[in-house]
Write a protein that binds this ligand. Structure first.
Ligand code: GDP
Length: 310
């Protein structure tokens, strides 16, 4: 299956919700106030957020819609507006540096169950396929299951794995894994972290300590700090984004489980709030169900348009 097909399949729950709503707009080029209101409701239902949806409708109102042979003028106009709003938040996994940090430290943060471990595995797979040598680091030593799951992924993908004893200090894990990566020639340190938000104060201290210690290894580490958010969590994901932004030096977002929600529009709310780039999105559970975020394809997939080879 091509990446585009995976994206389309992944987003299908949200897409069908939106396209069902837009069914009556096929063949239209002019929209009445009532019809604009209907479209606004469709966007809000998909969790795009009240404010964001109102902005889109404001623009749609004044937009000159093209006459189209496929009769999908409204779909195309909407897709273009969604893309315009999201394009500034397109991020990529940075892999071509002039002065490559070696090793580069990529730290994942987020609540438990959001998809951190799976996303780390997906990142490891991505880098491995580019010829890099990733080291997966079990930084949440308080969750035995998370450590085991990461080890399983490391074996499955054939990449390095680092762990310490149960309940070892996460900052010590970060430091030692960095040193081991340097010694053994791993050039990507992919660090898992704890996500117990209910102990926010401890988490804040723990995070600050990990960063202090990493900066002793390399003044720019962590080179990336990515927040993993579960799209099915809806408004909770937005709350999590607010809280993590308070104490983690976030550089980007990974939004997971877009295949499990009919409300993938939450992506629009999340970027509006955090102003952070989306580095990648998760559209399934396997290591390949992951892709760099393209505003163009995402917008087209949402409204049921487009056909791409890759
Ligand atoms: P962690 O606790 O944050 O490390 O979360 P995990 O990586 O263990 O993921 C929790 C569950 O979500 C697991 O069952 C994963 O297989 C699943 N998961 C992670 N990412 C995705 C995704 O993009 N789509 C789907 N459908 N499931 C996912």
């Amino acid at each position: 299956m091509s990446l585009w097909q995976k994206l389309k399949t992944g987003l299908s729950k949200t897409t069908s919700q939106i396209t069902d709503g837009l069914k009556n707009f096929i063949g239209m080029q002019q929209l009445s106030a009532e019809q604009l209101q209907n479209i606004e409701e469709i966007l809000i239902k998909a969790d795009c957020g009240v404010q964001w949806s109102a902005e889109i409708i404001g623009k749609l109102k004044t937009m000159q819609m093209e006459e189209r042979s496929d009769g999908m003028a409204v779909h195309h106009a909407l897709s273009r507006l969604i893309e315009e709003q999201l394009a500034q938040y397109e991020g990529t996994m940075p892999f071509e540096y002039i002065n490559k940090p070696n090793p580069e430290v990529i730290m994942l943060v987020g609540v438990n169950g959001g998809g951190k471990t799976t996303s780390l595995a997906k990142i490891a797979q991505f880098y491995k396929s580019r010829g890099d040598k990733p080291l997966l680091v079990a930084g949440d030593s308080f969750r035995a299951a998370a450590v085991e799951q990461l080890e399983l992924w490391a074996n499955r993908l054939g990449v390095g794995f680092f762990r310490k004893d149960d309940r070892a200090d996460p900052a010590a894990i970060a430091y030692e894994s960095y040193m081991q990566a340097k010694q053994r020639g791993y050039n990507k340190v992919l660090l898992d972290t704890a996500g117990r938000l209910h102990t926010k104060h401890n988490l804040m201290e723990e995070m600050a300590k990990i960063i202090r210690v990493l900066q002793k290894c390399n003044e720019f580490a962590p080179h990336q700090c990515l927040l993993v958010l579960d799209a099915t969590a809806g408004q909770n994901a937005i709350e999590q984004a607010k809280k993590f932004a308070e104490f983690a030096p976030l550089t980007g977002l990974i939004i997971t489980k877009l295949d499990g929600t009919a409300r993938a529009g939450v992506v629009c709310q999340i970027v509006k709030l955090t102003k952070l780039p989306i580095i990648a999105i998760g559209v399934g559970e396997s290591a390949d169900d992951w892709q760099v975020f393209s505003a163009h394809k995402f917008a087209n997939a949402l409204v049921g348009l487009g056909d791409y080879d890759d």
